[in-house]
Design a protein around this ligand. Structure first.
Ligand SMILES: Nc1nc2c(ncn2[C@@H]2O[C@H](COP(=O)(O)OP(=O)(O)OP(=O)(O)O)[C@@H](O)[C@H]2O)c(=O)[nH]1
Ligand SMILES: [Mg+2]
Length: 668
């Protein structure tokens, strides 16, 4: 028999056929809840001891650890709202924001979850630790990292859309860890909901992903997360989430623990608190932790550092509750230890590391360098290479899917991530903290496989109207996508699946949205590495470049707008070599956007002037990153994004082009 402690993979123990001890949990529920609320766990009442020849492994019946996983937007965070509401975490009449777990400013602005977060509720005396995870493909690392905290998952699937690419990714992570799932078909209220179809498709997905027989026998609930209702029968809407809570208690096993083994906790999240400093969050795998206890921090290299637990917390609704002692099986927050993600906090007397967290390698990278534009140092608080370096390395402690590397130049670091959004969120976060720097165009990370250079590929799923298909097929073809499957649907939409080099996806989104007039839906899923696909021209049009320094004028912009799509409004400070728009042709073009009109006796009114400028497209950060060409950089400051040529003067750029041509042997 395998055991969960002593360095074994934490959740492997969960795959053992273990008896369901639900009855004991319900019997002692009230008592346990009181104990949990006091933070003192009982040694005898809530644990059903199971006999094991060597080590005492027991199953806690008073706890369930569950993650909510799904494709983006299928309603995970909304469902958590409902679960919190119905467990009476909030006071009567308390005003609670929608999607309360999306607490970070960028999450609220973008309406998506970016970081996985913990909460907990008590249901019939059982504490349910819930981890809300992001569904966007770029934050897949968050899902991977929390899989070791839980013993099962709620797999949400939209009742209309059915399983989507990221459903496959997250379910694969869960099944791999041996977790059991509960299928939650959400948004059952949507018109055209097709619950049976979605159930069948999801069942097929389980089989495709190699689910064991036990995993494939998942219970299914049909929910409206907004109203907070669940029902086992899709023909009859539920009235509360109770059927879901019951399914969690019944289906998700309680944690198997060896409470007499030395303490081991794998740090899965770290946060910072102004009062108590670094807080490390993870599941206590074995043993117990007490306030004031001496422990050892074991890092990735196996180095041991003595440390002391200054404070201990468990989760309770949206808050952390301070406790004196925690027993294995619960998810805890520990203060006083400078631990990073993946470190083990272990018993000082018998320190044993847990297996590190493994996540898929990043596929995209970009350089972050000190700002050297003519406007450098004007707007940022932190501008030096030292500050930039410190900040980027600090990010690694929070984000397991990110990589940072130094380069030959002290002013430049290379940052690798899962996708453009992953890197964009980091850039935006740093900008808001007062950092100023510049980044390069993202590029894919190549790999040597058996002497051959390979590049990353993705599965691209698109849904477009039939009349827009032609343009999209052409676009995908230019980017070396190969068609795998295409289905015409009854509603005049087409669903197509491609395999495409990640390189071909850079800058794809904007072109795709233009081709489908903003209505197309695209989703991607990493497919690993494959042979190089040949050249791909991702930027088809050149840039309009400011000719000289000054503030943009309506007059200058007006004259330039015939040459392409402008990005700037009048009155914006620009410098020579700064990109102000997109040319209508392939090559770059210098334009004078700061030109002033010669004074005449007649002065036009402002409204008159403004009327002449049309279609200025102000770029968001994501747009700007997508727009960047290889010879351009994005300058990021707390106040602005500016796209610039790496070489600012036309003379330098012409010389560089000449050199390139000569090197390629095509000059003269
Ligand atoms: N009609 C309907 N809409 C829902 C339901 N559940 C969630 N939504 C809506 O779906 C949208 C996405 O909800 P979220 O809870 O943010 O989805 P999510 O899965 O957490 O998204 P990510 O964390 O970004 O992956 C929101 O506009 C919700 O109001 C539901 O049961 N019915
Ligand atoms: Mg969410």
């Amino acid at each position: 028999m395998r055991v969960a402690s002593n360095g074994g993979a934490p959740n492997e123990a969960m795959t053992r056929g273990s008896a369901n001890t639900r009855s004991s949990s319900v019997a002692s529920s009230d008592r346990i809840s009181r104990r949990i609320n006091r933070g003192v766990s009982s040694r005898n009442t809530h644990i059903s001891r199971r006999l094991c020849p060597t080590i005492d492994v027991v199953k806690r019946t008073d706890i369930r650890n569950v993650a909510i996983i799904a494709h983006v937007d299928h309603g995970k965070t909304t469902l958590v709202d409902g679960m919190l509401r119905q467990s009476h975490i909030f006071r009567e009449n308390q005003q609670v924001d929608e999607r309360v777990m999306d607490s970070n400013a960028l999450e609220r602005e973008r309406g998506i979850t970016i970081m996985a977060k913990n909460t907990a509720i008590i249901y019939r005396g059982v504490k349910i630790n819930i981890v809300d995870t992001p569904g966007h493909v770029d934050f897949g690392g968050e899902v991977e990292r929390v899989m070791n905290m839980v013993d099962g998952v709620l797999l949400l699937v939209d009742a209309v859309d059915g399983p989507m690419p990221q459903t496959k990714f997250v379910l694969r992570q869960a099944l791999r860890r041996g977790h059991r799932a509960i299928l939650v078909v959400n948004k059952i209220d949507r018109p055209h909901a097709r619950p049976n179809h979605v159930l069948n498709e999801t069942f097929d997905l389980f089989l495709d992903l190699g689910a064991t027989e036990e995993q494939a026998e998942f219970p299914t609930l049909y929910t409206n997360a907004i109203l907070g209702t669940a029902s086992a029968d899709h023909r009859h809407a539920g009235t509360t989430l109770e059927p879901l809570f019951d399914a969690i208690i019944e289906r998700i096993p309680g944690p198997d623990v060896d409470r007499d083994a030395p303490a081991q906790l794998l740090v899965t999240t770290t946060t910072y608190d102004d009062y108590i400093g670094r807080v490390a969050v993870g599941r206590l795998q074995s043993g117990a932790l007490r306030r004031g206890q001496n422990v050892a921090r074991i890092d990735h290299q196996g180095n041991l550092t003595p440390a002391k637990v200054t404070q201990l917390f468990t989760f309770q609704g949206l808050a952390r509750e301070e406790v004196e002692e925690v027993e294995a099986g619960d998810i805890v927050a520990v203060a006083g230890i400078e631990a990073g993600i993946g470190d083990t906090i272990a018993d000082a007397a018998d320190p044993r590391p847990l297996p590190p967290i493994r996540v898929e390698e990043p596929t995209l990278r970009m350089s972050f360098s000190v700002n050297n534009s003519p406007f450098a140092g004007r707007e940022g608080k932190f501008v030096t290479s030292r500050k930039l370096r410190e900040r980027l390395y600090a990010e690694l402690e929070r984000d397991v899917a990110l990589r940072v590397a130094d380069t030959d130049s002290a002013d430049t670091l290379v940052v690798s991530g899962r996708g453009e959004l992953h890197l964009a969120i980091l850039i935006e976060t740093m900008r808001r903290e007062g950092y100023e720097f510049q980044v390069s165009r993202p590029e894919v990370i190549l790999k040597e496989v058996e002497g051959e250079t390979q590049e990353p590929y993705e599965q691209l799923e698109i849904e477009v109207a039939q009349e827009e298909l032609g343009a999209v097929v052409e676009l995908a073809g230019r980017r070396r996508a190969t068609l795998k499957d295409m289905k015409y649907r009854d509603d005049a939409m087409v669903h197509a699946v491609y395999r495409i080099p990640t390189r071909g996806l850079l800058g794809f989104r904007q072109a795709f949205l233009t081709s489908t007039r903003g209505r197309g839906v695209m989703n991607t899923l990493s497919e690993g590495y494959g042979p190089m696909a040949g050249p791909i021209a991702t930027r088809e049009l050149g840039s309009l470049i400011a000719w000289e320094e000054g503030a943009t004028t309506t007059f200058g912009l007006n004259a330039a707008q015939d040459r392409g799509q402008l990005f700037l409004n009048p009155g914006v400070e620009v410098y020579e070599g700064m990109v102000v728009g997109q040319h209508i042709r392939e090559r770059d073009l210098e334009v004078n956007v700061v030109r002033k009109k010669h004074l005449t006796n007649m002065r036009s009114s402002n409204s008159d002037i403004a009327a002449k400028l049309d279609g200025i497209r102000e770029l968001s950060l994501d747009d700007a990153i997508e727009f960047l060409a290889d010879d351009e950089l994005l300058e990021v400051t707390p106040k602005a994004y500016r796209i610039r040529k790496r070489l600012l003067t036309k003379q330098d750029r012409d010389r560089a082009i000449g050199q390139m041509k000569r090197a390629a042997g095509v000059a003269g």
